[in-house]
Design a protein around this ligand. Sequence first.
Ligand SMILES: [Zn+2]
Ligand SMILES: [Zn+2]
Length: 357
Amino acid sequence: MIPRPELVFEPLVESMRAIVQTGPKAVEVQERERPEPGETEVLVDVHSAGLCGSDAHAYSYEDGYEWIPIPRVMGHEYAGTVAAIGEEVDGLSVGDKVIEEPIHRCGDCFQCKNGQSNVCQNFSITGMHTDGAYAEFTAVDETFVHGVPESTPLREAAVTEPTSIAARAVLERSTLTPGDRVLVEGPGPIGVLVAMIADSIGANVLVSGLDRDAKYRLPLVDDLGIETVNLAVDAAEDRMTSFTDGRGFDVVFDTTGHHTGVEDAVEHVRKGGEVVVIGLPGDGSELRMTPVVRGEIRIETSYGSQWRDFEQAIRLIDNGTIEPAAMLDTSFDADDPTAAFEAFLNSETCKPVFSFD
Ligand SMILES: [Zn+2]
Ligand SMILES: [Zn+2]
């Protein structure tokens, strides 16, 4: 057989496994080229990567996520170790434990310069605008990387991003004080994290869910020692009335991602209280403003998070205020991503985490 020298001299391209979205509700594991870090980038050896509500929306390819170019390597919540650094990287070294801020601010627009980088006009999101971290390796500009303490396991550090969102909502955007009666609507990952943080500062927290949450997500919250209510049971309204002595909640956090969440929040907040909407509620709201004004109800929003929220989240995880182990579900295999997405959409899990170790 005649040898083919052009193949012999071809440089070896290192490959890696990655979870790639190939269509609506279609994900598969593919071999991809391992990225090379640019001059200001670090190459991260991904250890663990979580699945969040926005990943599930993207997987469904609906509700405003249809713009994402596919095929796309998904994933934006992860932790790993620095495997290589670009020439101009000076703040990080090979071997450092890190997480990424997946919403990349531009740094130049009015909002970025005005201290509101979470609502940057030109942001791009890892795993949506660009290939993400459901892969053995990912390259990211050092600007968006935070170091993680040696004492934090990487699997737990993988939930830093959703923790930063919860920290911002509770500690920056709400007026919550110890002793407040708080309703958290929605026992998804953000709801659970919001409940943990509100509980940690001495609020009286009740988490509400639907019937489909009764099997997995509400019991998970119960196990944290935080009270829950299933809205499908007849006694739910009485439960909320007695929880608040008939006054309504001081603060309601809506993490449902559904427009009825805000409407329900306004029903259950006390006059003079506060509603904080976290996550995109979708269109179709029939919110009536008259009772909102009559009750002087404050409606607040919280979107994404900033550098300081990430740093706070890292500390909350490291000092045990947030216990990620209580919510992490490591039973899903990165080689069978469909199972994790479908289970998440059916509320049969809360925070699936893929291992790429
Ligand atoms: Zn997320
Ligand atoms: Zn900007």
